[in-house]
Structures are given as C-alpha cells and as structure tokens.
Design a protein around this ligand. Structure first.
Ligand code: GLC
Length: 743
C-alpha cells in the first residue's frame, strides 16, 4: 500500500507540475493568423487562463446594475483573470485600475472600461423614448456625441448602448430606454446613436465603442413582464424586431450584447442561430459579443443546461465572446477545453475580437489615454453641454392637449405650481442615468423662476403613489391665488427601467384625484406629465385643459419645460409609442393588420371590445403645436413604377397658424394585397421641417421598391407587384392618400 501511495504521489506530482507548466507556458495550438501581427504575437504568448481572462468582464463595487456583485475584482485583474470592468469610471479610479493591469500582470494587457451611458454620462439628456419623440436625428446623434465625449474623458472606452429593442408594450419598464414601437424609426435612431457614440472612429479620445442591445427581441416579453419569455414567428421577428439591431451593426457598432430572453426556445446567450447564423454569417459582424449580466448562468434557470459549466460550453460554442459578471468562463472554460468540449480555436477567435478593439483604442500605446483630468474638467457639465441638453429636451416634449389655447402661458399670469413632481430634481434624470446627479438638475420650479414666471404659490398636493389626500387643501389654497394651475404629476423615476414592469400603467396614487379637485376650482389646469412610459390617462385627458408630455427630460428639464410653457419654444414632439386608453388594450400599436373582420361600428361581427374602443388614446406619430399645419393632397411622380425605379411623393405643407413651428411630416404606406397579410400603415419616411407662420413648403419623399419590400410568403425579403396607398400627414391616423402601383 505504502509503495502504491508513493508511486501515486510521484505520478500526482508529475501531473501537477505538467499542469502548472501548461498554465504558465503558452498554449500549444498554433493560433490562426488574423492579419494583425500584434494580436497574433500577443496571443501566442498567452496561456489558456490568460485568454479566458480576456473573455471575462466584472462589475466594480461602485454601482450595482444586476443581482450579483463580486468583491476581489482587483485581484482578478492582478491574476489576469479579468480583461474588462464596468461600472468603473472617473479619471482617478480608471487610472488606478489600469495601473494594476499594465504594471502588476504578466502580459500587461490593458483593461477595457464599460458603462451604461444610455442618455448622457454626467450631463443627462431625456430618456431615449423622450429623445425619440423629437424625431430629430441630428439632435439624437448630438446627444450621444456629447455623452461619448464626457464618458471618454472619464476613462470609459465602451458604452452599453444603444438599446434598440422595439417596444410595443408599455407595461414593460424598459420602453424608456428604446425608441418606441416602430421599426423604421427605430432603425434610423439606432444609426444616429451609433454615429454619435463612435464619432470619427474608435480610438479617438472623444469616442466610445457602441454596444447594440439587447440582442434580440428583448422588448417583447409576454405580459410586458421584464425577463419573461419571448415567443414570436420568424416572420414577425425579422419584419419588426430584428432590423434595428442590423441597422446599428451596419452603422458600425463594434459590440453586441446578448439578451436575457429566449428566442424560439433557445436563450439568446446560447443561440447559435442569432449569434452565428444571423449576426456573423448574414451580417458579417466583426466585433465581439458580450452577455448581459450573468446571462450565461441564467441558462440553467431557463432549463436548457444542467449547470454553469455546461452553460459556458453552450455560450462559447454559440458565439459569446465575453462573460459579463457570471464568472462562468473563469471558473470552467479551461476545464472544458482540456476535456475537448470547447476547442482552443474558439477561445482564440473570441480573444482576437476583444484584443482587436483594445488595439484599435490605442490602449497598448497609451493605456491611460482616455483617463484625462483636463478633458474631463473641460467637458463634463460644460455650459455648451447643458445648453444642448436643454435643446434636445425641448424638442422631445409632446403637446398632447391644448384646449382653448391655454398654452403658451404669458408672464402676466399668476401661476400656482402644484404636484409631487413640481420641485423634484432626482427623478428628472430618469432611469439608467449614468453618472448623472439630481443635484445638477434644474427643477420645474427653478425653470419657471428662471423664465420670469415665478409661481405665486407652490404646493405638493400629494405624494406620487399614496392615496393620502391631506395635502389637497394646501393645493387648493395655492390654486385660489392663481390665474392658472401648472400640475406636475406622473411616475417616480424608478417606476420604469429594468425590473420595473407595471400591470397598471396609471398615474399612481391620488394624483388624478388631485387634478379633479383642482379642476373643480374652475381655474385652467395645465398638466406637466413626467414619466418613463406611455400611461393610461383618459381621465386626465378629459379633465386637463392642456397636457405636456415631458418624459424624464434630464439635467436641464426645468428650463426646457419652462421654454415650452412660456412659448419660447413651440413644441414639436410626436409620440413614438401609442398611449393605450386602458391596459386591457395592450398591445395596441399603429402598424396593426386589418384582420378578416376589421372594425366596423355598424356591425357586431367585427374585431372590437364591447367595453372599450380599439384605437389608443393618442396614436403613434401624434403631437400638437402652438400653430397649425395643413397638408395638401400628396401626388406621385408616377402612379405606376417598376422594380428598380423610384417614385417621388410630393406634398404641400402650410403653417396656417400665428407662430413659427416645426412639423414632423410622416409618410406611410399600405400594401393593399400581399402574399401575406400586411399592416394597414407602415412608416417609410419622415421629415422634420420648420415653417414660418403662413409659410408653405413642398416636401418630397423619394421611394424605391425597397421601401415596399417585406418578408414574403416564401420568407424571401422583396417587393411584390400590387397597389399601395401612400399617406402623408402629421400622425399615423392621417388619411391624406395617393395610390400607386408597383408593376
Ligand atoms: C443590466 C442590463 C443591461 C446593462 C447591464 C450592465 O442587467 O440588462 O442593459 O447594460 O446589466 O449594467
């Protein structure tokens, strides 16, 4: 026995030393050359563990954006077990972490720093759903540009944005992060945000790497409940949910984040069809794919793998290059390679993609180039950035109602400012507000004061989500002193965003009752709505004299709202998500199908509710102005055209009101007969134009057969001969039609 024990020990020591050598010696396999000698040279030196370290992303303990936090991430850096960090920013912190990586590790590979810079880094812009309502692609790009400049000056290389998930269900809290329900608009906005983030290119010290998320179809959870199952046909997916990811990739985004949900029964994090067939083979994406927070681990809960190790093998074989926070690759991937369950070539491919971006950033030449105190000082919260935030915020606001032209207010009117959001600062930056701070915000009260519209009385009236009405008396007293009431109501910022789905999307608590009480005074009431999603507000619509949708409009919110209330800026925003009358209508969206029994008020046997209208309270594309616009009948350069030809749709637009204003002219098509059912409306073009009062402009839109293409019955994308109705107007309800035929 003793002898056996001794020889076993010898064998064990031999094995142990061989294993240790293997870990310290570069891996044996000859890496496949990629054309960049720097990458190949470095890769050849790396041990398997060091390669896996590059595929590992951890959060610091500065912030928590998910269910787990690891301490010891600095030791992970030192041991070469972590190649990227998120929730780590500011010059001092990133310099310290980078120093550990480039001074205390064997190969001195610089770290990548990522962060959720979704609608601003420190100067916070409106939530993306608000920005989308501006329909101003230049403004949206500018917002991302400024966010990138501030973030890159603070040591960040990479933002986990744009979020391009199509959202048709306002119960889902993350609609605040996206561009709304429409695919065409979602694509254009995705492109603008990628351009803004990446600027003149990765490596510039005012640019950050964009990360398209959440790939894919995360915005369609059943029941609007975050993280829930997604289930849709391939046609529906490719027609409505997939295009914005493709648009962002084709705009140059160099990273993609896999989503938590399953697609066609397979979690996106392990879905080869999404990550390889579509992303790599169809789109030729060259960047790297990162999971969402512990997305690999969660495949065990999805029930497609028995344990984390198997989850890691499924993820890497599907095409996941980097493991966010799950520590699955770090714990099990080396073993999986040794067991032959994962090929070294797969590891090398992932590491090449990651190193390629670190080289492109210039981090090997200067690991500290992004952590620059002077640049940070010069750009963060600069007057120019604040002015831009105020401008984008104004443009994002949507005037939903303005009975008897109660708006704009004039400076002689005595204003009572009432409501739980009248003086808020922290809520104004909304959710996913990066390094933003409420302390930097301008409240609505301050904005009115700055505009020379100091209220004669201010009262909270009630809380956001309490039924307590004890504050009503003070509110009524305030209203009694005024000519007009400005009532600031809505949600709390944390009632939308991740893990914040709502089954009742009302203005919560006693806020509606407060409106009713104030309305009874006979004073006109202007509702300023602050929220992160469409809300069901039929009672508010009935009672308020005016309603201004301001979303969460960021650091300069108060000034921007005052600009609109005072008429200094004529509101021009248009909704990019339908506002249901009631939750029971959800999902309700403009580009619906006709169905075989389209609604007919004169027939029982048609698609309808017996207790509610079909139509939303406010439609996609809707928004009022302080002026009015008139559209002429659209005309077509030719009423019949062939594949390969284009047609020009022209329409006269007149500002028939008394003030200058911007209008978003929207062009929709309706394919009357297709090999599959087609939506009754599809947005295919838009123009935001300024018209002086009384001015008329002729707008032209050039369309090609690509604009009439869709996934036909054979699932091939293309157009079919047939008749189309083209409508041009100020929202999706317009019936200003010209008919054309594609031969
Ligand atoms: C979160 C979000 C994702 C974010 C990531 C890092 O869970 O789903 O959008 O980028 O974690 O914070």
């Amino acid at each position: 026995m003793q002898h056996l024990l001794k020889s076993t020990t010898v064998v064990f020591c031999l094995l142990l030393s061989m294993t240790l050598q293997a870990q310290t010696k570069p891996a044996k396999t000859k890496p496949k050359p990629t054309g960049d000698p720097r990458i190949e040279k470095l890769l050849a030196k790396m041990t398997l563990e060091e390669k896996i370290g590059q595929m590992t992303l951890y959060t610091t303990d500065w912030e928590s954006t998910g269910p787990t936090i690891r301490d010891g991430y600095k030791n992970d850096i030192r041991s070469g077990n972590c190649g990227a960090l998120f929730n780590s920013h500011t010059v001092p912190f990133t310099r310290e972490l980078q120093r550990i990586a480039v001074e205390e590790t064997r190969l001195k590979i610089p770290l990548l720093f990522g962060y959720d810079v979704i609608h601003g880094y420190k100067t916070i812009f409106p939530i993306p759903l608000g920005e989308a309502a501006s329909w101003d692609l230049d403004a949206i790009e500018r917002s991302a540009r400024i966010a990138a400049t501030e973030a890159a000056a603070s040591g960040l290389h990479w933002t986990f944005a744009p979020m391009v998930d199509i959202g048709r269900d306002p119960r889902w809290g993350r609609v605040m992060e996206g561009a709304g329900e429409d695919t065409y608009l979602g694509c254009r906005i995705a492109e603008a945000r990628v351009r803004g983030f990446q600027g003149k290119g990765i490596g510039n010290t005012d640019a950050v790497i964009a990360c398209v998320k959440h790939y894919a179809a995360y915005g369609a959870p059943i029941g609007g409940r975050d993280y829930n199952t997604v289930d849709m046909s391939e046609r529906f997916f490719r027609e409505y949910y997939l295009p914005p990811y493709k648009a962002a990739v084709q705009a140059g985004a160099m990273t993609v984040m896999a989503s938590f949900n399953d697609y066609d029964g397979v979690p996106a994090t392990g879905n080869k069809y999404l990550l390889q067939h579509i992303l790599r083979d169809e789109w030729a994406f060259k960047g790297f794919v990162v999971t969402d927070y512990t997305g690999i681990n969660e495949m065990v809960k999805h029930g497609v793998v028995p344990d984390d190790k198997a989850a890691g093998e499924l993820a890497v074989q599907a095409g996941i290059d980097m493991d966010m926070q799950g520590a699955v690759y770090q714990r099990f991937l080396a073993q999986s390679v040794k067991e032959g369950k994962v090929k070294m070539a797969q590891i090398d491919e992932a590491v090449r993609r990651i190193l390629a971006l670190k080289f492109q950033l210039g981090l090997f030449e200067d690991p500290y180039k992004f952590s620059n105190a002077q640049r940070a000082q010069a750009t963060i919260l600069s007057p120019e950035n604040r002015a831009a935030a105020r401008d984008v915020a104004r443009k994002s606001m949507v005037l939903l109602k303005n009975a008897n032209q109660v708006l704009p207010l004039n400076k002689q009117q005595k204003i009572a400012l009432i409501g739980p959001l009248a003086e808020t600062k922290n809520d104004l930056i909304g959710n996913w507000s990066g390094a933003g701070s409420g302390a930097d915000c301008v409240s609505l009260l301050e904005g009115l004061q700055n505009a020379g519209m100091k209220p004669v009385a201010v009262a909270k009236g009630c809380a956001i989500d309490s039924e307590d009405q004890s504050g009503f008396k003070a509110a009524l007293d305030a209203a009694a002193q005024a000519d007009v009431v400005v009532l600031a109501i809505g949600e709390r910022a944390d009632m939308s965003g991740e893990a914040a789905s709502r089954a009742y999307i009302t203005v919560p608590g006693a806020q509606e009752a407060l409106l009713t009480a104030l309305k009874a005074t006979g004073k006109p009431v202007v509702v300023v709505l602050m929220n992160g999603r469409p809300l069901t507000i039929p009672n508010i619509d009935r009672q308020a004299d005016a309603i201004l949708e301001t979303w969460w409009s960021g650091t300069e919110a108060g000034n921007a709202i005052a600009d609109v209330l005072s008429g200094a800026y004529n509101p021009s925003g248009k909704l990019t998500m339908s506002f249901p009358r009631t939750t029971g209508q959800i999902p309700v969206y403009y580009n619906h199908k006709s169905a075989g029994r389209p609604f007919d008020p004169n027939s029982k046997w048609t698609t309808k509710y017996i207790d509610e209208a079909n139509a939303p309270l406010y439609a996609f594309g809707y928004g009022l102005s302080y002026t009015s616009f008139k559209y002429g009948v659209p005309t077509a350069s030719k009423t019949a055209f062939k594949k390969g030809e284009s047609i020009v749709i022209s329409v006269e637009l007149t500002n028939t009101g008394n003030v200058d204003g911007e209008e978003v002219a929207q062009l929709y098509i309706h394919d009357l007969v297709g090999s599959v059912t087609r939506p009754v409306r599809e947005l295919k073009a838009f123009q935001k134009v300024m018209l002086r009062k009384g001015e008329t402009k002729t707008l032209t839109f050039t369309l090609s057969d690509k604009d009439f293409s869709f996934f036909k019955q054979n699932m091939k994308f293309g157009s079919e001969p047939g008749d189309f109705e083209i409508t041009v107007g100020g929202n999706s309800d317009t019936d200003n039609v010209v008919r054309v035929s594609l031969k």
